[in-house]
Design a protein around this ligand. Sequence first.
Ligand SMILES: [Zn+2]
Length: 140
Amino acid sequence: MIILSVEVVPPKRIPILLMILVFIMLVLSVAAVYQAIEAYRNGSLDLASIILSISAIVLSSYMIIQMRSKPIKLGFEMYDVSTTIQCDRCNYETTRKFERGDYIFKEVGSCPKCKGNLFISSIYREVKEKKRKSFFASSI
Ligand SMILES: [Zn+2]
């Protein structure tokens, strides 16, 4: 039986300094592209600086997308809590998603096998279980 405390993980804040740096990079690369186009108009083609600044734009916008998608992923992890239900008479056991109001030893109906009382035997987080298993696998 595995019992882990169910805690609400506060959403990680995006590092503001990194955010500012990425935005500066984006602005500078846009300015670099503009300068390169201006230089091209004046007759000198600087292909290397055009490629460099375009790749900088792509990289910085990719980073912005990554930073924006992170808090959403963390929000979903909170719902990876499972509840194991056991019968007090036979060995019947079932697992379902954690529901609001679940607690250990709470009675949740009757057993489909023997009509005995069903109770919650454990509440755990799936993410922690997976991490633990992979840790053991790598240490052997
Ligand atoms: Zn039973």
